[in-house]
Design a protein around this ligand. Structure first.
Ligand SMILES: [Zn+2]
Length: 160
């Protein structure tokens, strides 16, 4: 059993974040939150998903959560070797799902200064032991622009 992917420095983070940004634009354009996530394994995109609050009339269909549920069987086998890319720092629900799905590597566009998930991970041993890499700020300006362009006034006030 693999202990998991620990060195992700040879991955093209900007390339995968750009795919997430394009998905987030589509979500914003249809009236959902402009947030999206991409799942990568061995430099290949396994799946991508955007927020579907409106489309599915569900406040728990966050991009990361939904992406993981849609790929749960694949992740059961390969989760530890995968990276999840997300345009906005995952919320507490999604970081729980990420870790439960065995994903050990998280790459984030824009920090969520309100949710402060990184701070929570660092203060919580169970999470800290299971997350090998948590990179923040990949294509940050483009991810900010998504919130500026499609987000609500409240989104802007807490995220930007
Ligand atoms: Zn979430």
């Amino acid at each position: 059993m693999s202990s998991g992917l620990k060195d992700i420095s040879n991955y093209d983070h900007e390339k995968y974040m750009q795919v997430a940004i394009e998905e987030a634009k589509i979500a914003g354009g249809r009236g959902d939150k402009p947030i999206a996530a991409v799942l990568v394994h061995n430099h290949k995109i396994i799946g991508k998903m955007s927020n579907t609050w409106n489309t599915r009339n569900s406040k728990v269909h966050h991009a990361e959560n939904y992406l993981i549920l849609e790929n749960a069987q694949y992740l059961r086998k390969h989760g530890k070797e995968c990276i999840i890319y997300t345009t906005l720092e995952p919320c507490l629900m999604c970081i729980g799902t990420i870790v439960m799905a065995d994903i050990r590597n998280v790459v984030v566009g824009l920090e969520d200064k309100y949710m402060q998930t990184k701070k929570f991970i660092d203060s919580h041993n169970w999470l800290k032991d299971r997350i090998f890499n948590f990179l923040v700020g990949i294509k940050e300006n483009e991810c900010k622009e998504l919130i500026n362009r499609y987000g609500s006034e409240r989104d802007k006030s807490i995220l930007l």
